[in-house]
Design a protein around this ligand. Structure first.
Ligand code: F0G
Length: 460
């Protein structure tokens, strides 16, 4: 029997999509300065830019949206969300926020209270790092060495390096590490999971040092599914039980409900420290909203409450993670170099291996992402020198990032297997004529977050 069952849902509402003709795609690329952030979504056929906020909601979630209680204080949907957070995560105290970075803002503004404080993690996501740095802190990534080897088949490439964490704890004066983080799954490192063993070991280290331990929980359900599949002794346990074990080991979490909340907007911060929650409620009031809505409408709170229960459904997760895996394997069969094993929410193509004739200073990942769009109207995102690289402040020339990857993120419950088969054919066609792809150079690049607005030109 084919272990891969089809989509465990049927389609009730459709949103038409259109493949613009080749000359139109070429025009969009040139007008957008070879930057896929600058292309309107209507010019995209299959949009794999992100899995964030792009989920298709269920009929139950849409029905719940009609039951939004838009009262300023004490909306019933807030209490529904509180029930779901207690049931799925085990946290009794939480604050809703408009999205994940709202939670990061509150946590780091609350805990990183003096310059130079260090916040370790397996790997900080961009916004997490930016919030630590904005508070004057130092964001330190401590991935295991296998995380940086694209071909390594380690089952938990998202693990934190416990030896390096121990050393950091020993070398840093008490009180200079206000919080330690773990990103589940590790988005910046290829969507790779963290094992329960690693989570518990980190928890014990943090407890011994009196350092609060928080999880960036965006993709917690996908991580729990990987634990069930790959970790010895976990196969017979339910994803719900595994998820509870994960959070039982922590002091709290930040959550973007735009991923494993199966919602289009929203998030929360949860903590076991009631005095911290009370303290963070003050900036919440200033920046997000009253503590029972935190910048969200009542209907959004309801969609998240229902999404959190749906996301731990094992038939859903089997399909979800299986779909991404089958997508990655189909690319591998065509010889396309991807980060292995396939991650939970996305496939990452190794652009330097795909385009060895383009030096890293000529943005191979950006060039490949544009070539994939030009070939078939598929929009990937660049995770490489444009997004993570630096630049020489004197010459404004790019300084390459450690890796040049192209991310094909798969929105939840949105695309069918046929859509992803099409994407595989598009990438395979680009692979066939890879030698013709040209590198890129900046023609306009300004500011620290330049990848959002930069314009590129082709190098001849
Ligand atoms: N943490 C991780 C691991 C993320 O992947 C993201 C967002 C955030 C925090 C911030 O959450 O967007 O709700 O404010 N990742 C998106 C992506 C943008 O495309 O990977 P947010």
């Amino acid at each position: 029997m084919n272990p891969m069952l089809p989509e465990p849902w049927r389609v009730k509402v459709v949103e038409p999509i259109r493949l613009p003709p080749a000359d139109e795609r070429d025009r969009w690329l040139r007008e957008g300065g070879f930057n896929l952030f600058r292309i309107p979504s209507e010019a995209v056929f299959i949009d794999l830019f992100t899995d964030s906020g792009t989920s298709a909601m269920s009929d139950s979630q849409w029905a719940g949206m009609m039951m939004g209680d838009e009262s300023y204080a004490g909306s019933r949907n807030y209490f529904h969300l509180a029930d779901a957070v207690r049931e799925v995560f085990g946290f009794t105290r939480f604050l809703p926020v408009h999205q994940g970075r709202g939670a990061e803002h509150l946590l780091f503004a609350g805990l990183v209270t003096s310059p130079g404080m260090i916040v370790p993690s397996n790997m900080h996501f961009d916004t997490t790092r930016a919030h630590v740095v904005t508070q004057g802190g130092v964001a330190v990534d401590l991935p295991i060495p296998e995380a940086l080897v694209a071909g390594s088949q380690h089952p938990f490439k998202g693990n934190i390096d416990l030896a390096r964490l121990t050393r950091l704890f020993e070398e840093t004066p008490a009180g200079r590490i206000p919080v330690a983080m773990l990103t589940l799954t590790n988005n910046a490192g290829g969507g790779q999971p963290v094992s329960l063993e690693n989570i518990r070991a980190m928890s014990a280290l943090c407890k011994a040092r009196g350092v609060p331990f928080y999880v960036d929980a965006c993709r917690f359900a996908e991580n729990a599914w990987f634990i069930k599949q790959r970790e010895p002794g976990q196969g017979a346990r339910s994803v719900r039980d595994i998820a509870r074990d994960i959070f039982d080991a922590t002091d709290g979490c930040t959550m973007s409900a735009k991923k494993d909340g199966l919602a289009n907007i929203g998030g929360f911060i949860a903590s076991r420290d009631p005095s911290l929650v009370d303290r963070l409620a003050q900036p919440l009031l200033l920046y997000e909203g009253f503590p029972t809505y935190g910048g969200l409408a009542g209907r959004d709170l309801e969609a998240i409450a229902r999404g959190l229960r749906e996301v731990v459904d094992e038939e859903y997760l089997r399909f979800r993670v299986g779909q991404v895996e089958a997508f990655g394997n189909a690319l591998l069969e065509r010889g396309i170099p991807i980060v292995r094993p396939p991650g939970g929410h996305a496939i990452y193509i190794d652009a330097r291996a795909f385009l060895p004739h383009i030096p890293a200073v000529s943005f191979p990942a950006q060039a490949l992402a544009c070539a994939i769009y030009r070939e078939g109207g598929v929009r990937p995102s660049e995770v490489g020198t444009s997004m993570h690289g630096a630049f020489d402040p004197e010459t404004n020339e790019p300084i390459p990032a450690p890796l040049d990857l192209v991310r094909l993120a798969v929105p939840r419950r949105v695309y069918t297997q046929a859509h992803l088969d099409y994407v595989v054919r598009v990438v395979a066609a680009v692979w066939e004529r890879r030698h013709d792809i040209k590198g890129l150079r900046w023609v306009h690049a300004e500011g620290a977050l330049r990848h959002f607005t930069a314009r590129f030109g082709e190098v001849d």
